[in-house]
Design a binder for this molecule. Structure first.
Ligand code: DGJ
Length: 668
């Protein structure tokens, strides 16, 4: 806690407890925080941490709790500031303690967390850490979204009143995922000052941004309100990640990508080209067809085959069998043996879909244990399914035995873990239960890698990403939608964790038909995969896809370990570059989505390069468009130094809508 000199309202960022008379807290904490965060906190205005309801603070409090039916209004006193691996600020009030922990993370991030402990039981509405918002960071960018349209940035001016996003769906969600950016007006991908915040929790969060008439502005992050349903004596926020940069959105996006990559469970091998059969066969599992599809997928370059929904119970559509995690003998009479044998012969690995937290009323599990359902009997159904009470030990033990039994019995090294309906009410115990089950399965089956899916990208956050090495970013395989979604997700997610698939020719979620070059290069920007029925491909489409997949395999090692830098482009186009960790290699993807604004596209300015170094660029994929012989890259390789590439840029040929240019670069 950094306190203003007078400890009162006159100091515009102070809303904490009064200063103990004999302690120079400002100096104490500034020194500790400066030591621990390399001065990063000094760059922010003073921290307030948990604003109180008492002492006339007119804003939203960071702690709302009740004890013996009465509002809890602790008379906090700062007790100690201990600096170990992290700085812990302990506040005390009679019968209560509040610990705020601040740790320096790699890549210049800081992690903050609050923990409330009480001698007697407390009922919590919400506990949030609050940070003051510097006056010059007057724009707020948040993400909005929905199924098949995740990660859509929305920017508003932070002028007056409170903006609350309380994600009460039991997951970090499509609607308002837990990422925020505060920017100075005019900030772009490559220029301007920015602070990024992320809340690492998969069960729903509460984000509040508030501007008070007296000029104070706060931003609060914590679990969503009401998610601690039982009285308790210890409550903790998840960790808030914070990064600050003054060279545009990239200056926080790249550190976040690196921090996420470091947090992931270690991958044991280069990311394999993924094949997922969902949009090829849905619930129709037929041994002959599966073998044909596997053969075609392998010929295109796939190295892993994931059998999606439909293999268990008697699941012929989405109305039954969730919870019955035994192989359907009608569809797979010899279990997975024929498929696994086929995949081995094709040198492919095998992955399997589960939706462990769910139950259908039409299931043996429900008939045996109707009491295992979370929430009331008359709750609204979502996708005809109900949520299991993951806080129960017996539910988790049962799932561990069934799922673990399948993982132990068959040669499976990949699980797509899905979650397709909301919890009936917010409940942090559900998330703790999911984490516990996932951790137990991971410990018992260390060969298995997990992917987080929740109707596409509904559960993507640092909490799940310490357990899952891949996210299914969206159920949209429409390359145009996907380009936008993955471009914005790169504000947080590195390429290696972001699944991206080439879907069916006529997209199942948008009806669009897009050229294979655009579809293949879109998937090749992240962890590449296919999800169409490969038997539908024309010879020309298969040739293009094989060419791009071969390129991806040859480049994946450095791309999956590198950074994504978003480039500033005119409306209707999107571009990003991926730069290897040592800066020696790059690839630029410049997509033309709509008709271009100008006949000749503006020069493409790169970023993140060594100004003195010389780079050789070659165009790997020429966008379809009017021929322009004046563009050097269309004629052959171009060599320029980093300073020129960043200040002036390089000319691109005119491109038709729904086309992409791909440019490779090496440092000489
Ligand atoms: C939703 C997922 O996002 C899809 O990819 C697929 O796995 C279906 N569930 C299966 O029911």
């Amino acid at each position: 806690m950094v306190l203003g000199s007078d400890g009162g309202m006159a100091c515009c960022h102070y809303w904490g407890p009064p200063l103990p008379g004999d302690t120079d807290l400002d100096a104490l904490v500034a020194a500790a925080a400066g030591g621990i965060t390399g001065g990063m906190l000094d760059a922010l205005p003073p921290l307030s941490l948990v604003p109180e309801a008492r002492r006339s603070f007119p804003g939203q409090p960071g702690l709302v709790a009740f004890q013996n039916g009465l509002p809890l209004e602790p008379d906090w006193r700062l007790d100690s500031a201990d600096q170990g691996d992290a700085l812990t600020l302990r506040h005390v009030a009679p019968g209560l303690r509040l610990d705020i922990t601040i740790r320096a993370m790699d890549h210049g991030l800081i992690g903050l967390r609050a923990r409330l402990s009480s001698d007697a039981a407390v009922t919590l509405h919400h506990l949030a850490l609050a940070l003051p918002v510097p006056a010059h960071l007057s724009d707020l960018t948040e993400l909005a979204g929905r199924w098949t349209r995740e990660f859509q940035p929305v920017t508003t001016a932070l002028d007056h009143g409170a903006r609350l996003r309380d994600a009460r769906t039991g997951r970090s969600g499509h609607e308002h995922p837990p990422h925020l950016w505060l920017t100075a007006p005019g900030t772009t991908n490559t220029g301007g000052e920015v602070v990024a915040l992320h809340y690492g929790w998969s069960g729903g969060h509460r984000m509040l941004v508030e501007a008070l008439p007296d000029g104070r502005r706060q931003i609060q992050l914590g679990h969503c309100s009401g998610s601690e349903r039982a009285p308790g004596t210890v409550f903790e926020t998840a960790e808030i990640w914070l990064a600050r940069g003054d060279r545009g959105l990239n200056s926080v996006a790249v550190p976040f990508q690196r921090a996420i990559r470091d947090a992931l469970p270690p991958a044991r091998r280069p990311r394999p080209v993924h094949y997922n059969g969902w949009e090829a066969i849905y619930f129709r599992h037929d041994a002959t067809e599966l073998a044909q599809i596997a053969e075609r997928a392998a010929a295109l370059g796939a190295e892993r085959f994931v059998l999606d929904d439909g293999w268990f119970g008697r699941r012929d559509d989405d109305s039954s069998s969730l919870g019955d995690w035994t192989i359907d003998p009608r569809k797979h009479p010899q279990g997975f043996k024929p498929l696994i044998d086929k995949l081995r012969a094709l040198n492919m690995r095998f992955g399997l879909w589960f939706e462990p937290e769910m139950i259908n009323e039409d299931s043996d599990l429900y008939r045996a244990h109707p009491d295992w359902v979370l929430g009331p009997a008359d709750q609204i159904r979502g996708r005809s399914q109900l949520h299991l009470d993951m806080a129960r030990d017996d539910v988790r033990d049962h799932l561990f035995d069934l799922i673990g039994g399948i993982l132990g019995a068959w040669d499976i090294d990949y699980v797509k873990w899905d979650h397709n309906r909301l919890t009936p009410f917010p409940d942090a115990a559900q998330t703790r239960g999911v984490y516990a089950l996932l951790d137990r399965l991971r410990a018992a089956h260390p060969q298995v890698e997990f992917e987080s899916c929740a109707s596409g990208g509904g559960r993507i956050d640092a909490g799940i990403l310490t357990r899952c090495g891949r996210v299914w970013l969206s159920d949209s395989n429409d390359a145009i939608e996907r380009l936008r979604i993955q471009h914005h997700a790169a504000m947080l997610l590195p390429a290696c964790v972001t699944g991206s698939h080439v879907g069916p020719r006529e997209c199942h979620t948008s009806g669009r038909v897009l050229p294979m070059a655009l579809r293949a290069w879109t998937a090749a920007q992240r962890h590449m995969g296919f999800e169409m029925d490969p038997r539908e491909l024309t010879t020309a489409e298969a040739r293009t896809l094989t060419r791009v997949t071969t390129w991806w395999k040859a480049n994946r090692d450095w791309m999956m370990a590198g950074d994504i830098w978003r480039l500033d482009r005119p409306a209707g186009s999107l571009a990003e570059m991926q730069l290897s960790a040592d800066g020696s290699r790059m690839v630029v993807f410049a997509a033309q989505i709509d008709a271009p604004v100008a006949l000749q596209p503006p020069l493409l300015r790169l970023t993140g390069l060594d100004p003195q170094a010389r780079y050789r660029l070659t165009m790997l994929e020429h966008p379809v468009g009017h021929h322009s012989s004046s563009v050097a890259l269309s004629r052959g390789a171009v060599t320029l130094n980093g300073a020129a590439l960043m200040a002036q840029g390089v000319a691109l040929p005119p491109a038709f809508p729904q086309t992409i240019a791909v440019i490779e670069g090496t440092r000489l």
